[in-house]
Design a protein around this ligand. Structure first.
Ligand code: NAD
Length: 259
């Protein structure tokens, strides 16, 4: 389905990004993986390559650094000759009340969860426009649509991603390019596992109460979303069947934002 297409998936050494990279590879796309501090990168790359018979490379670019992002993009073009599909997925979280929220955490979250997507899209669009085909998929969050307390930087960055997605969609609509945001609810990845004790502290609850009464309470389905569900939607958005879907924020959150 995506044979001959080349994709970059940022933050793909873990969780949702890894699920998206595997799904794109299973549909035939060549993939550049990215992540930081990942000692399993070589293993992941060779595993995906072996399983799906596609070309897989890895960049250790730090998404908080615009120069790293430009270099990552150049490496992908040097290897694949082009980038057809850009998935901006790398992200971090910090859960704390606004009055004590560390300034450096705010800056880091805005840089990785929002500005990195701007820098990567800026690099990707000229080639996509020239080839008259491109797919930009931003992994946002249900927190691009609604807020929760104690997540000021994350909610601000994710709402920003929704606006960036719409703007890029409008600028690229006549060039065979689509830009969409996927808005997952809670997916049990290391990012969520880490915020369970943080949320327990902030809300003075036990970790079990956080899972039942905070996280899954938000999701009417009362279950975590699977990484493969996000991967399947990313693959669909990358196909020609989805060429008229652009500028959207697509919830995959078990009904969370319907409430
Ligand atoms: P994760 O912690 O499992 O994976 C995060 C990935 O980002 C890793 O590969 C990590 O190496 C990479 N990363 C972190 N900082 C980086 C940096 N500075 N430079 C390059 N790579 C970096 O997290 P996840 O839950 O899979 O989250 C992925 C995305 O999905 C994030 O944007 C997150 O906000 C979003 N999201 C997650 C959930 C959820 O419930 N897990 C829900 C909605 C949205």
């Amino acid at each position: 389905m995506l044979a001959g297409k080349a994709a970059i998936v940022t933050g793909s050494t873990s969780g949702i990004g890894l699920g998206v990279a595997q799904a794109l590879a299973s549909a035939g796309a060549d993939v550049m993986l990215n992540g930081i501090g990942a000692d399993n990168a070589a293993e992941l790359s060779s595993g995906i390559k072996r399983e799906f018979g596609v070309s897989v490379i890895y960049s250790g670019a730090d998404m908080s650094r615009p120069r790293d992002i430009a270099q990552m993009f150049d490496e992908a073009v040097a290897h694949f000759g082009k980038v057809d599909i850009l998935v901006n997925n790398a992200g971090i979280q910090h859960v704390e009340a606004i009055e004590t929220f560390p300034t450096e955490k705010w800056d880091q979250i805005i840089a990785i969860n929002l500005s990195a997507a701007f820098h990567a899209i800026r690099a990707a669009v000229p080639g996509m426009k020239a080839r008259k085909w491109g797919r930009i998929i931003n992994v946002a969050s249900a927190h691009a649509l609604v807020a929760s307390p104690f997540k000021s930087a994350y909610v601000a960055a994710k709402h920003g991603i929704a606006g960036l997605t719409k703007t890029v969609a409008l600028e690229t609509a006549e060039f065979g390019i689509t830009a969409n945001a996927i808005c997952p609810g809670y997916v049990l990845t290391p990012l969520v596992e880490k915020q369970i004790p943080e949320t327990a502290r902030a809300r003075m609850l036990t970790e079990e109460q956080v899972i039942r009464d905070v996280l899954l309470k938000a999701q009417p389905t009362r279950r975590f979303v699977g990484t493969e569900e996000i991967g399947a939607l990313a693959v669909f958005l990358a196909t020609d069947a989805a060429r008229s879907i652009t500028g959207t924020a697509l919830p995959v959150e078990g009904g969370w934002t319907a409430q």
